[in-house]
Design a protein around this ligand. Structure first.
Ligand SMILES: C[S@@+](CC[C@H](N)C(=O)[O-])C[C@H]1O[C@@H](n2cnc3c(N)ncnc32)[C@H](O)[C@@H]1O
Length: 253
């Protein structure tokens, strides 16, 4: 059973994205943070630090891995998307996403990197700590791919635990990171779909930046957090959200 809530220009569905996506009209872009691969869910490192109150401390990921639904999800995305497909993944997951995207009606572009300067150190000293995640990009639109950031490199640097962190979801993305992606890949007034919305960070960035947003989330507790955060994004002045840095084109050689 799918529940639908409208908040400003954001339409939020509580349900399974594989069931909701076939019912949607075309969107301009898909920007999303899907579950990790099974191998990462099973790893000892899959517990995430939660911030604040009853959620404080380490918590195991409480949603399933992407593996069994990745192919179908990519197919549905290529049907519904008229522009960029942007999906976060682990460094180890990039090749699996590229393999799923290549047969679909989208053009795989490249993997970009999110560097986390405050990521948890490898406390046992037995090797390097994980300091980055990736996101894959593909173009599902007509003609040549277009974005707003000129020749900028696909490297983004944002702390995990910045001042705008809500702390209610184990894999919450920073609002400044999602704001930079929204600024680079989308234009005001366009519609962005996040089929794995979690606690709604992509929606918060869209609400703050004048984009329409469609979010889908399976888990009722994360759906409720997303609704509250997006309501607050519309009602509160921007004390903490940093505007995405303006891109300056480097001189062409
Ligand atoms: C990596 S998290 C997204 C976190 C989000 N970026 C944030 O900042 O809060 C992925 C989310 O996808 C949800 N999910 C998993 N399978 C789903 C499905 N089939 N349909 C909709 N949501 C799903 C999980 O419950 C989880 O909250």
């Amino acid at each position: 059973m799918t529940e639908c809530v409208q908040i400003g220009d954001c339409t939020l569905y509580r349900g399974d994205c594989l069931e909701v996506m076939p019912m949607l009209d075309k969107v301009d872009h898909v920007i999303t943070d899907p579950p990790y691969e099974k191998i990462m869910h099973d790893s000892k490192n899959s517990s995430r630090v939660m911030k604040g109150g009853a959620n404080a401390g380490l918590r195991k990921l409480d949603f399933g891995p992407i593996d069994s639904i990745r192919g179908e999800f990519v197919r549905l995305s290529s049907n519904v998307c008229d522009g960029w497909f942007v999906a976060f993944c682990t460094v180890e997951g990039v090749a699996r996403w590229a393999d799923a995207i290549n047969p679909a009606a989208m053009k795989y572009k490249r993997a970009c990197t999110w560097i986390k300067p405050d990521s948890t150190p490898q406390l046992n000293g037995q090797g390097p700590a994980q300091g980055a995640e990736c996101f894959v990009t593909a173009w599902a639109g007509k003609g040549h791919a277009r974005w707003n950031a000129g020749g900028k490199r696909g490297v983004y640097q944002h702390c995990v635990n910045g001042p705008t962190r809500h702390g209610g979801h184990p894999t919450e993305k920073p609002i400044p990171l999602m704001s930079e992606l929204v600024a680079d890949f989308t234009n005001p007034g366009q519609t962005i779909l996040d089929p794995f919305m979690g606690s709604g960070t992509t929606g918060v960035a869209c609400a703050k930046m004048g984009r329409r947003f469609i979010g889908i989330e399976l888990d009722a507790k994360y759906f409720d957090i997303a609704c509250k955060r997006i309501e607050e994004a519309y009602s509160q002045p921007d004390f903490f959200v940093q505007p995405a840095p303006a891109y300056k084109q480097e001189p062409m050689l």
